[in-house]
Design a protein around this ligand. Structure first.
Ligand code: ARG
Ligand code: ZN
Length: 470
């Protein structure tokens, strides 16, 4: 009897002890998997938790004739927690082999998540190297607004584009703008093709088997949506801006004549941007003009924006180059903060025109309020339809209000603080978050602190208000 009583009393204590032991091993002895997404308001699965990437080395061997990619990604990252497993974002393609720190790792795939389980857990703070062999026929990703990104064929070649979540269609990674890294992208293509990417061309070598390897190096941090890989028949020209920044353009032959005018202004646009926004954030610049119609939009790929055919006008060149400061160097903390990219790039176009003795930003402001399309064709759009700081759905992050009402927010700030403080604000903002990330709240706080003005009414009406401003 006594014995049984003892057992009865001891059982709950033993269970509690067992639970405690499990809890301890769960948190302090064993690692846990990194999160499968970074909970972006519009793309919750984009990016992954538990690590941050320092460097991507991508080796992409691509044959335009059959559209086959044979690739290796070496990802050097730092664990931000003890990790039993972690995810990479990858859409489509076939994964051959994965190693972590040189040892074979188990992996599995669900949707766009590649989960890697290293043979040995990774310590918090550990810098580790993951190598993924993968390949297949990459394809496009249709984004929520119906546009296509990912891997897009262009007739005699292809282009890899990322905004917002297309990069996962051509390389595994931490595909959210908050995780920026340096890149080395080597593109191996058949003789006769050019292969262009971001940054500096380090070497162009014979890779054997009738192929050429183009090694591109991007030392400055880059969000993965700004990486690009372009393969095809291109005419490449090089030069320097007046202050010495290396320029490299690649133009689809059919677009050469019509591109000549707008691209001739590119060096001058970069220098104008330096005067307006402060030091150019990268070591190289240029443009890539794709065959007309191959992409539905221009894109501010880092150091070397993409144009789908010859840029229609110099303002488009100004727009994509302005993104190098606003979007590429200062990147959004989430896809909700897109107006910090697009509102600023549109406002740069308005400043360019104003600085060249054409329409002033104030004239555009008046035209938008009046819907006067003679001054600006976009004044007749639904630019007011929602507050730029709060696109209603993922479908709206590249919609008119993000661009034009976003630009009008900046003009309202300028009206409140005056030209001098406003110009300083743009430069200081670019400097404060150079090669980093920022949110709308970061901007509103910064603008008020930097100018000494209370701008609450501007934010309430123009940035967050649901009514059409008047
Ligand atoms: N960021 C590009 C630009 O304004 C446009 C990208 C459009 N993408 C889209 N899904 N609508 O320069
Ligand atoms: Zn833009």
């Amino acid at each position: 009897m006594e014995h049984r009583a003892l057992v009865r009393l001891a059982a709950p204590a033993a269970a509690a002890l067992l639970a405690l032991t499990t809890a301890c091993t769960g948190t302090t002895v064993q690692g846990r998997p990194g999160a499968a997404g970074l909970r972006d308001p519009y793309f919750p699965k984009a990016g992954n938790g538990g690590y941050q990437v320092d460097h991507y080395a991508l080796d992409l061997d691509y044959d335009p004739a059959d559209g086959l990619l044979n690739a290796t990604a070496v990802i050097t990252a730092r664990a931000t927690q003890r990790l039993s497993a972690f995810n990479l974002d990858l859409s489509g393609l076939r994964v051959g082999k994965v190693t972590v720190q040189g040892a074979g790792a188990r992996y599995n795939r669900t949707g766009n998540e590649l989960t890697v389980r290293p043979a040995e857990e990774l310590r918090e703070g550990e810098v580790f190297r993951t190598e993924v062999e993968y390949g297949g026929r990459p394809g496009p990703v249709t984004d929520p607004d119906g546009s296509e990104e990912g891997w897009i064929t262009t007739g005699d070649g292809a282009v890899g584009v990322g905004e917002p979540v297309g990069s996962m269609a051509w390389f595994p990674g931490n595909h959210h703008p908050v995780d920026k890294a340096a890149y080395d992208i080597t593109l191996t293509v058949p003789h006769g093709y050019e292969a262009v990417s971001n940054g500096e061309l380090r070497s162009r070598t014979d890779a054997g088997g009738g192929r050429t390897a183009f090694a591109w190096h991007s030392p400055e941090p880059m969000a993965s949506y700004l990486a690009t890989a372009v393969v095809g028949k291109y005419e490449v020209t090089t030069g320097r801006t007046p202050s010495g920044i290396a320029v490299r353009n690649a133009v689809a032959p059919g677009e050469a004549a019509r591109s000549a005018g707008p691209l001739a202004r590119l060096p001058e646009v970069v220098e104008w941007g330096i005067g307006r926004f402060g030091p150019y954030p990268f070591s190289t610049t240029g443009a890539i003009v794709l065959p007309a119609g191959s992409l539905g939009y221009a894109l501010e790929t880092q150091t070397r924006p993409l144009f789908p055919g010859a840029p229609a006008d110099e303002e488009l060149v100004v727009h994509e180059l302005a993104h190098q400061w606003f979007g590429d160097s200062v990147s959004p903390k989430s896809w909700k903060d897109m107006w910090l990219n697009e509102g600023f790039a549109v406002y740069a176009e308005w400043l360019w025109d104003e600085d060249h003795g054409r329409t002033t930003a104030q004239q555009r402001f008046t035209a938008f309020l009046a819907g006067d399309t003679r001054v600006d064709a976009n004044a007749g759009s639904d630019w007011y339809a929602f507050p730029p700081a709060d696109p209603p759905t993922a479908r709206d992050i590249s919609a008119n209000p993000v661009y034009y009402r976003g630009a009008l927010v900046l003009h309202r700030v300028r009206q409140e603080v005056g030209d001098e403080k406003f110009s300083a604000l743009l430069r200081d903002w670019a400097a404060a978050h150079r090669h980093g990330n920022a949110s709308t709240a970061d901007f509103t706080a910064f603008a008020e602190q930097r100018t000494g003005h209370d701008l609450k009414k501007v934010w309430d009406v123009w940035l967050y208000g649901t009514e059409r401003p008047r």
